[in-house]
Design a binder for this molecule. Structure first.
Ligand SMILES: NC(=O)c1ccc[n+]([C@@H]2O[C@H](COP(=O)([O-])OP(=O)(O)OC[C@H]3O[C@@H](n4cnc5c(N)ncnc54)[C@H](OP(=O)(O)O)[C@@H]3O)[C@@H](O)[C@H]2O)c1
Length: 300
């Protein structure tokens, strides 16, 4: 495969470069390719002639999108469309990412009335500009390019960039009490496991929309508690409600993604989020009690 990764400077882009390393991918950062520039996108795809384009570029500042809806629309909706059009002209496949925030947070009712995760066929009803622009991007890609993988993911953290796990570690170092919302429930996911799953998905030839998240559900409070416990940080951690945090963009209360379809494709299940978090903390070099390698016969 000849692979191009856009948004390669982001946290997911970084791990996608690793996941596709056996195909010597061309990584394009924002500086190298502004995906909102239609002519530049067409030129890059025509020149490089990839068989696969993986679009990790996005406007991901959920509150920032409320302040700049036009800018968010350009990056999250029009740019995937430009990429899909370029792929359609050259015969390439496109992977692009979407979000649990396309859903409204009202938990669908599962067997026995228990809440279930959202499936790929549940209707979208985004609450925020971010969610609306991502949903619009999904639809434009579907209408333009049959050879697409729209990957919905959620609550993403990696070793690079800004994310919840790294924010918690930073707050722990500050030493002040930390209050975290416990009334939003979702599917925490690491970029490592997501990128590896995308690598598997890309060779299935089974196009369409798929949910790729780590297994297990959690609140943000659960994730914070696990980060502090696994990294050995003694933090005054407390719960708070979303109402107590005034934020420009509403967040869905329930945004668990069902992964049955990923399993049927042979791409899932991904590991449980706690297992993924352990490996992320190892990668960041901050896990408490991490076993050190005992010297072997050739050791000191
Ligand atoms: N993070 C999450 O929790 C989460 C949850 C659900 C879905 N997703 C989706 O997962 C995908 C990857 O997100 P991520 O977490 O890796 O986000 P990220 O770390 O913010 O990376 C996004 C990258 O896109 C770049 N970018 C922004 N505008 C661009 C433009 N016009 N042209 C080219 N590049 C541009 C950014 O560059 P700058 O840094 O220079 O702006 C950044 O490097 C996105 O589609 C996102 O919507 C993420």
């Amino acid at each position: 495969m000849r692979v191009v990764i856009t948004g390669a400077g982001g946290q997911l882009g970084h791990d996608l470069l690793d996941a596709f390393a056996d195909h010597d991918p061309v990584g394009l950062t924002r500086h190298q390719l502004d995906v909102t520039d239609e002519a530049a996108v067409a030129d890059a795809v025509t020149t490089i002639r990839p068989t696969l384009v993986v679009n990790a570029a996005a406007a991901t500042d959920v509150d920032g999108c409320e302040a700049d809806p036009d800018g968010a629309h350009r990056v999250n909706a029009l740019a995937p469309w430009w990429l899909a059009r370029a792929c359609a002209r050259t015969g390439a496949t496109l992977v692009t990412f979407s979000t649990d925030y396309v859903f409204d947070g009202a938990a669908p009712s599962g067997p026995g009335g228990t809440p279930r995760g959202f499936t790929e066929t549940d209707p979208v009803r985004p609450l925020s500009v971010y969610g609306r622009t991502k949903a619009a991007g999904e639809q434009l890609v579907r209408e333009t390019l049959p050879a697409h993988h729209i990957v919905r993911t959620a609550w993403v953290s990696g070793a690079q960039g800004r994310n919840f796990v790294r924010t918690m570690l930073r707050l722990a170092d500050v030493g002040d009490p930390v209050r975290v919302v416990d009334d939003q429930t979702g599917s925490p996911t690491t970029t490592r496991d997501l990128a590896a799953a995308v690598r598997r998905l890309a060779v299935t030839g089974r196009h369409g929309t798929v949910h790729l998240v780590n297994e297990g559900v959690a609140t943000w409070f659960d994730v914070a508690e696990a980060v502090f416990a696994l990294s050995g940080r003694a933090v005054d951690l407390g719960r708070q409600s979303s109402d107590a945090v005034a934020r420009p963009a509403p967040r869905p209360a329930w945004s668990v993604l069902d992964t049955t379809h990923a399993r049927t494709l042979g791409v899932g299940p991904l590991p449980h989020w706690r297992d993924a978090l352990v490996r992320l903390l190892d990668e960041l070099g901050v896990r408490a009690g991490r076993p050190t390698t005992a010297p072997g016969a050739d050791g000191p």
